[in-house]
Design a protein around this ligand. Structure first.
Ligand SMILES: C[S@@+](CC[C@H](N)C(=O)[O-])C[C@H]1O[C@@H](n2cnc3c(N)ncnc32)[C@H](O)[C@@H]1O
Length: 306
């Protein structure tokens, strides 16, 4: 059993036991945590690979890397952190003169630290600027994106990346608000517009299991950070980085991500580069979901390089 205290990152990593069981980090291994976040999974991996191993941690978010560094440095020096997109792994490995690694972890989406940080603009329940960039050094914010998109483009984005069935009404209401002259600048402002769009239409159900703005926020976040493009590219080429017998573990949080992972693993299996280890994705236990509601939607898939 793994215990957490002040020496550990401030949140529990999702499905930590399962991740470790699949990756099986051994002394001297080189393991890539491609979405290192605050280092929750990485701390455990670092302990297991010892001083002869190397943990390569990557994150688009420069601020969160400082937190990862704080916790990892208390364990050992056998790690390197990179402020990069995980699709840059080939450059990172060639800089380190490493051709193959013994394990790769992708724990997708935003971390709870990013969600809880008001000024990052990821959460609809807290007032903050509509930013949503994981890498705040570049790219358009969600506010800038919303200002630029046509009504039809918004509708397509909410439909395609949020799987939001009321995408048309929501895009129309946002468009009306913009015409009234107001820029949509904050998270709660947008959340209220979405609620208005949903609840003023008589067709809509009174109750939804999730907050009415969940899908719109997911869609904007995916587009702002180009999340699916990075995932699709990486997951279809991941076998190039894995040594024979080494494993990749992916934790996804919505069906668009999980579908890409499932397809890439199946393709890898038919070309004989990968063996799927999880016929069906693993889900968090009820006890984990009780402690961290985010785990409710987590799905873990793993594959081994043949
Ligand atoms: C769910 S969190 C990871 C949490 C981490 N496993 C832990 O236990 O602390 C996902 C992290 O991936 C980062 N991220 C998302 N997409 C990325 C990408 N394409 N390249 C690099 N980092 C990415 C986010 O900034 C975020 O910090």
């Amino acid at each position: 059993m793994i215990f957490f205290d002040d020496e550990q990152p401030p949140h529990k990593p999702v499905m930590l036991g399962e991740v470790i069981d699949f990756i099986r980090p051994g002394v001297g291994d080189v393991i890539v945590d491609a979405t290192v976040g605050a280092g929750g999974h990485s701390c455990e991996i670092l302990k297991m690979i010892g001083s002869d191993g190397l943990l390569i941690g990557i994150d688009k978010d420069a601020e969160i890397l400082k937190i990862a560094h704080k916790y990892l440095s208390r364990i050992s020096k056998s790690y390197k952190l990179y402020h990069a997109d995980y699709t840059d792994l080939n450059y990172i490995l060639s800089e380190l003169k490493i051709s193959r690694v013994q394990g790769i972890l992708l724990d997708l989406g935003v971390s709870s630290l990013q969600l809880d940080s008001l000024e990052r603009g990821f959460s609809f329940s807290k007032e903050g600027p509509l930013d949503m960039r994981m890498d705040r050094s570049k790219g358009l914010t969600a506010e800038e994106l919303l200002k630029k998109l046509s009504q039809k483009e918004m509708e397509d984005i909410f439909w395609r990346y949020g799987e939001e069935r009321w995408s048309r009404s929501i895009a129309r209401t946002i468009s009306q608000e913009r015409r009234r002259g107001g820029n949509i600048k904050t998270t709660t402002q947008l959340a209220k517009i979405v609620e208005k769009a949903l609840y003023t239409s008589r067709k809509l159900p009174k109750k939804r299991k999730i907050h009415p703005a969940t899908r719109v926020f997911q869609a904007l976040r995916i587009v702002v950070n180009d999340e699916l493009k990075s995932l699709e590219y990486f997951i279809n080429n991941v076998h190039e980085f894995l040594a024979s017998g080494s494993r990749i573990v992916v934790i996804s949080f919505h069906s668009l991500e999980d579908r890409l992972v499932k397809r890439a693993f199946l393709k890898g299996q038919t070309t004989s580069s990968l063996k799927i280890l999880t016929k069906k994705p693993l889900r968090s236990h009820d006890s984990e979901i009780r402690e961290n509601i985010r785990c409710r939607s987590a799905k873990l898939r793993a594959a081994e390089r043949t």
